[in-house]
Design a protein around this ligand. Structure first.
Ligand SMILES: O=C(O)CCC(=O)C(=O)O
Ligand SMILES: [Mn+2]
Length: 217
């Protein structure tokens, strides 16, 4: 028996797991950044609070969202797009904190995508029951840059499919501190999040927060 059977890490599997060509799950990658990351996250949320956006079809999303960076992803009755202004505050989105940039760049590099400089970070808040249906991230101008997705708080089941909506997704349990990077051949693969199970996370309480870094422009 090894020590990791007792320190809570025995059930998380390998630290790095390829999940498709160009896609990798980096377990616990956030740990060295966490001390600076959480205060920076809270400052951004204070400036541009979470809100439930409307889909173009008029449905309210179960996930609450905000952004930081030069541009932010928004959706309303007129469609999905990136905008430099937060429509709720009328101001620019909060600047991307240095620790966000550093984490995103290092994770992308680890996944084989050197030189990643995101200009947008979509911040998703899932409360119990919230979900994100299968979709592609395709509102960015340049698909040569990867997507870097950071999980914080309650664990979630991440669904990662293939190039077609009908491709049956594989399921990955993402925990606080895990990062998924997808790019290159899997940049446009369908993905989503199953309804969040209830729980109480030591650092974040009754929710999951996801940071999705993109090069939008
Ligand atoms: O919450 C997640 O893990 C995925 C979020 C996502 O796919 C998105 O914001 O486009
Ligand atoms: Mn997505």
């Amino acid at each position: 028996m090894t020590a990791d059977l007792f320190d809570g890490t025995a059930d998380v599997g390998p630290a790095e797991q390829a999940i498709a060509e160009g896609a990798i799950l980096l377990r616990g990658f956030v740990r060295p950044f966490e001390h600076d990351l959480l205060p920076a996250l809270h400052a951004a949320i204070e400036q541009s609070p979470f809100r439930h956006m409307q889909t173009p079809g008029g449905h309210q999303m179960s996930v609450a969202m905000t952004n930081c960076g030069a541009v932010g992803w928004i959706t309303d009755r007129s469609g999905y797009r990136y905008d430099a202004t937060d429509p709720q505050t009328g101001q620019a989105w909060p600047a991307m904190p240095d620790v966000f940039l550093l984490l995103a760049r290092q994770a992308a590099t680890r996944a084989g995508f050197g030189g990643f400089v995101p200009d947008a970070c979509l911040i998703n808040r899932y409360e119990p029951g919230a979900r994100m249906s299968l979709h592609q991230d395709r509102d960015e101008r340049d698909f040569s840059a990867p997507i870097v997705s950071v999980s914080l708080g309650l664990p979630a089941i991440f669904l990662f499919g293939g190039p077609k909506r009908a491709d049956k997704p594989l399921r990955y349990r993402l925990q606080h501190g895990d990062v998924v990077v997808w790019g290159g051949p899997s940049r446009l693969f369908f993905h989503g999040v199953a309804p969040l199970a209830d729980g109480d996370h030591a650092a974040l309480g009754r929710k999951r927060i996801n940071l999705t870094f993109r090069k939008a422009r």
